[in-house]
Design a protein around this ligand. Structure first.
Ligand code: UDH
Ligand code: NGS
Length: 287
């Protein structure tokens, strides 16, 4: 069953455009740690639409947002993510759908590819205005950190500080955790590289793609706590030494032919769940 666009639209076009009610926002909050089952989580959000789309009631959001979460084997994080992020995005009156893009066993994890797949598949389902790539362990703390994209030449990185780094960014060009692209922006950089299997560097790689396109990075106000992010604990994945070789040599030459336009994958399953759309995908590492 594929939710049709017409069906999802309903009569929304007659509704007034939503204004964010800043008084209804709560500001910075501690993360709620939960060990709830998915079923009990689902019962917390009875008004989600099929595939986990949320829309404000009584008004129409300015943008349709797809939140793309690369995923494998982090079930407890996913529940914590949904528990904390959905209420905040609803208070922002966002029209959003979370896509959990899960890489099937048989290849090393590739975050960049999972994000590319999320983009490619979600845009077939709905005309999204903004794609927000969000690691499952990265939870924004403050609901005043509005999930939205930047203007034409400006990529919006929604993080100004990370809890485990004393609420700073590890380095100034870091664009990991949570980052927003319009479809035009994402196509312009040709998405993420597909080369980085295992941990690290694919976000640095996309930073250089952004730079080469002469676009800039914007963030929430760096003098406030609005862009602060909490991270969930997990064992560290194996790092790949060769990532630096790719980052500093191949990338410059290959980014126009390595990315969205060279993406190869097989969708094994799409599940329209209550709180998210699940895309289960396999990739061939040796291609
Ligand atoms: N992911 C999975 N499963 C995996 C690996 C990665 O779902 O097996 C996804 C998930 O969305 C995760 C994201 O990819 O949040 C990033 O992977 P990660 O959490 O392993 O990487 P991160 O950069 O790890 O968050 C930081 C750990 C090292 C901190 C360094 C402190 N000195
Ligand atoms: C850098 C990695 C990035 C990674 C970042 C995590 O060292 O891919 O750490 O920072 N770059 C390379 O490995 C070249 S953190 O989220 O821990 O603040 O995203």
């Amino acid at each position: 069953y594929t939710p049709s666009r017409a069906n999802q639209e309903g009569n929304d076009t007659n509704l007034p455009v939503c204004d964010i009610d800043y008084k209804a926002l709560k500001g910075r909050e501690n993360i709620t740690m939960t060990s709830q089952s998915l079923i009990s989580l689902e019962s917390m959000f009875p008004d989600s639409h099929v595939g986990g789309r949320f829309k404000p009631s009584g008004c129409r959001s300015k943008y349709k947002i797809a939140v793309i979460v690369p995923f494998r084997d982090r079930d407890s994080h996913l529940k914590m993510y949904l528990r904390n992020v959905i209420p905040k995005l609803r208070r922002q009156k966002a029209d959003f759908t979370i896509y959990v893009v899960e890489q099937a066993p048989g290849s090393h994890f590739n975050r960049g590819m999972m994000r590319n797949v999320g983009f490619a598949e979600a845009i077939k389902i709905e005309d999204y205005d903004c794609f927000i790539f969000n690691d499952v362990d990265s939870i924004f703390e403050d609901d005043r950190n509005i999930f939205r994209c930047g203007r034409e030449n400006s990529i919006r990185h929604l993080v100004t500080g990370v809890d485990v780094f004393k609420y700073r960014l590890k380095y100034s060009i870091l664009v990991g955790g949570i980052i927003a692209f319009t479809p035009e922006q994402f196509r312009r950089v040709n998405g993420y590289s597909n080369f980085y299997f295992d941990w690290g560097a694919e976000d640095d790689d996309i930073y250089y793609r952004i730079q080469r396109e002469k676009m800039k990075i914007e963030r929430p106000d760096e003098n406030s706590t609005i862009g602060f992010m909490s991270t969930l604990q997990h064992a560290r994945d194996p790092e790949v030494k060769y990532r630096f070789d790719i980052l500093y040599s191949r990338n410059n030459v290959t980014s126009h032919k390595d990315g969205l336009n060279s993406l190869k994958y097989t969708v094994k399953m799409i599940g329209y769940k209550k709180l998210f759309t699940w895309i289960y995908v396999s990739v061939d590492e040796n291609e």
